[in-house]
Ligand binder design. Structure first.
Ligand code: ADP
Ligand code: MG
Length: 508
C-alpha cells in the first residue's frame, strides 16, 4: 500500500491536508522531520501513516497520559494495533505489552518521556526493531515554552542508546523561533526536513470585548443563550471562576460541564467525555483542559480572562472550528486581568534556576504578557496581529475579525494622539501609563503635583476621555511606533519615531 491507500484504508480520508504528504514522504525516505503545524492541522496522521509502512515499529513520545489513551483508542478503533506504556499500567501489564511489541503485534507504541530511562524499556529497545522515534508536542523540550518537561531533554540520550539510529520526527504547534531552534538542537535532528504550514485559521472569527467584573457573566450567559445548540469552551483563569460560572450557566438550564485540576480524576475524565461526546454542549474550564482534545464541532471558544501569552491564546482559541466551519473566538478583556497576571508571574517559582536565568525567564514572561495585552488593545486587524506574532507577513486586513468589523474611529483620535505624545514628551521618558493617563485626565493626585504635572500643557487635556479609550489609543501609538515602552517591570514610556507625524505638521 502507498501512503494514499493507507490514508483511505485506515483513516477513511481521500486526500492529504497541507504539509502532510511532504512530511510522510520525507519520513519514508528516512529523513528526520520537524513539523510545525497549528492545532487541528492533523499532525498525528503524519507519523501514523508512515508508521504503518515502515518495516519496524514506531515509538511515539507523548507528554500526557490522557493524550496517549485517546490516540491509542482511536487507532484501535480504525483497526491499527497500537499500545501505550505509562504509569496507569502495572509492571506485569507493561511486560505483556512490550512482549507483544517484540512479537510484532503492535506497530505503534506510545510512551511517557520519563519511561525512556527505565531499565526495562532500555532493554526492550535494544531488542526491538525501531524504525522511527516520534516526539509529539515537541515544544515541551524548550525551557522558553510554558510546557517545559525536563525528561524531554533526555530523549536524545535514548535515541543515541539505540543500536541503529531510527528516523526521528518531531511535531509541535508552537512556532516561535526560540522553540524551533531548541527542538532542532536539543533533539539533534539530522539535517531535518522542516515543514511549517500556515497559521491562518480562516474559519475563526477573532474578537476582543472590553468588559470587566460581573458584566462578563452577563455577556457569557447571553452569548451561550444565543448559541444554545452549539458546542463551546469557556476558559477562566482560576478554579473559582470556573465553579461560579459553571453554577450560573447550570442554573440557567444550559447543557454545561466543568473541568479543572481541583476535581477528582474520575470527575475530570467523566466531564471531559461528556463534552467530547456532546452529552454536555459547553465546558467551563481552566487551561488544564484541552491538550490533545480532538473535538471537531466546537463552535466557540470564549475567554473569561486574558491568557498569559499569545501561544496559549492561539492554542486555546484554536480548539474552535477544527471541522473548518465558521467559529468564534471571543476574548473578554479587563485591565484587571493584566494586574492579576503580573501578580501570578511575580509569584511564579523559579527555584531550580540561578538568578540570572530566572531573571531572563521573568523578562520573557513579562514580554509575552505585554504582547497579549497589546492584542487586547489594538485597533488593527486581530488576525494579522496573531499571524505577525508567529512570523508571517500578512498584507491586508482580513475583513473578518472584531477590529476589521468595528467602527472605532481612528480619524477622530488625531488630536488625542497629539496630546498623548506631547504628554509623554513632557514626562521626559521617566514614567509609565498610570502617570500618563492621570496627567491627561487632569487627576488631582499627590504624585502628579509632586512631579509638577499640573504645569504641563497636556495636563487635563483629555479630561472626559474614558480610561478604556486612553488604553486603546496608547496601544495604537505603541503599535505604530510613535511611542515605545520599556520591557522591564516599570514599562516606562518614551517617544518613538514621530518624524512622519511631524512632517504632517500635526505634533508638538
Ligand atoms: P493536531 O495534532 O495537529 O492538533 P490531529 O492530528 O489531532 O491534529 O488531527 C485533527 C483532526 O483532523 C482529526 O480529527 C483528524 O482525524 C483530522 N484529519 C487529519 N488529517 C486529515 C485529512 N487528511 N483529512 C481529513 N481529516 C483529517
Ligand atoms: Mg496532536
Amino acid at each position: 500500500m502507498d501512503s494514499k491507500e493507507v490514508l483511505k484504508e485506515y483513516f477513511g480520508y481521500d486526500s492529504f491536508r497541507a504539509g502532510q504528504e511532504d512530511i510522510i514522504n520525507a519520513i519514508l525516505e528516512k529523513k528526520d522531520v520537524l513539523a510545525i503545524m497549528p492545532t487541528g492541522a492533523g499532525k498525528s496522521l503524519c507519523y501514523q501513516v508512515p508508521a504503518m509502512m515502515l518495516s519496524g515499529i514506531t515509538v511515539v513520545i507523548s507528554p500526557l497520559i490522557s493524550l496517549m489513551q485517546d490516540q491509542v483508542k482511536s487507532l484501535n478503533d480504525v483497526g491499527i494495533n497500537a499500545a501505550y506504556v505509562n504509569s496507569t499500567l502495572s509492571e506485569s501489564e507493561i511486560d505483556g505489552t512490550l512482549n507483544m511489541v517484540l512479537n510484532g503485534i503492535y506497530k505503534i507504541i506510545y510512551i511517557a518521556p520519563e519511561r525512556l530511562e527505565s531499565a526495562k524499556f532500555c532493554e526492550f529497545s535494544k531488542q526491538a526493531d525501531i524504525s522511527m522515534v516520534t516526539v509529539d508536542e515537541a515544544h515541551c523540550i524548550s525551557q522558553w515554552g510554558q510546557d517545559f518537561r525536563p525528561s524531554y531533554v533526555k530523549i536524545v540520550d535514548y535515541i543515541n542508546s539505540l543500536p541503529a539510529r531510527p528516523v526521528v520526527s518531531a511535531f509541535t504547534a508552537t512556532a516561535t523561533n526560540e522553540v524551533k531552534t531548541d527542538i532542532e538542537c536539543i533533539l539533534r535532528l539530522d539535517n531535518p526536513k522542516v515543514v511549517i504550514t500556515g497559521f491562518d485559521r480562516k474559519n475563526l472569527y477573532y474578537s476582543v470585548e472590553h468588559i470587566s467584573g460581573k458584566n462578563r457573566d452577563r455577556y457569557i450567559s447571553n452569548y451561550v443563550k444565543e448559541h444554545i445548540d452549539e458546542s463551546g469552551i469557556i476558559y477562566c483563569a482560576t478554579r473559582k471562576n470556573v465553579d461560579t460560572l459553571y453554577e450560573t450557566l447550570s442554573s440557567m438550564g444550559i447543557s454545561v460541564t466543568r473541568y479543572h485540576a481541583g476535581l477528582s480524576n474520575e470527575e475530570r475524565k467523566r466531564n471531559q467525555d461528556d463534552f467530547i461526546y456532546d452529552r454536555s454542549l459547553v465546558v467551563v474550564a481552566t487551561n488544564a483542559f484541552g491538550m490533545g482534545i480532538d473535538k471537531s464541532n466546537v463552535r466557540f471558544v470564549l475567554h473569561y480572562n486574558m491568557p498569559q501569552s499569545m501561544e496559549n491564546y492561539y492554542q486555546e482559541a484554536g480548539r474552535a472550528g477544527r471541522d473548518g466551519l465558521p467559529s468564534q473566538c471571543v476574548l473578554l478583556f479587563s485591565a484587571q486581568d493584566v494586574i492579576i497576571n503580573k501578580f501570578l508571574l511575580d509569584k511564579k517559582d523559579f527555584a531550580e534556576m540561578d538568578d540570572e536565568e530566572a531573571d531572563l525567564l521573568r523578562q520573557r514572561d513579562l514580554q509575552r504578557l505585554q504582547t497579549m495585552e497589546r492584542y487586547c488593545q489594538t485597533t488593527e486587524c486581530l488576525r494579522n496581529y496573531i499571524l505577525a506574532y508567529f512570523g508571517e507577513h500578512p498584507i491586508a486586513p482580513c475583513g473578518n475579525c472584531g477590529s476589521c468589523n468595528s467602527d472605532f474611529d481612528e480619524v477622530d483620535m488625531t488630536d488625542a494622539a497629539k496630546w498623548m505624545i506631547n504628554c509623554v514628551a513632557e514626562l521626559r521618558g521617566r514614567y509609565g501609563k498610570a502617570i500618563l493617563f492621570g496627567t491627561l485626565q487632569g487627576a488631582n493626585r499627590a504624585r502628579l503635583r509632586e512631579l509638577g504635572a499640573e504645569r504641563f500643557k497636556s495636563y487635563g487635556r483629555m479630561k472626559d476621555t474614558p480610561r478604556e479609550t486612553l488604553e486603546r489609543l496608547l496601544a495604537q501609538l505603541l503599535e505604530d511606533g510613535y511611542l515605545v515602552q520599556s520591557d522591564d517591570q516599570y514599562a516606562v514610556l518614551h517617544i518613538g519615531d514621530i518624524a512622519p507625524l511631524k512632517a504632517g505638521g500635526q505634533v508638538l
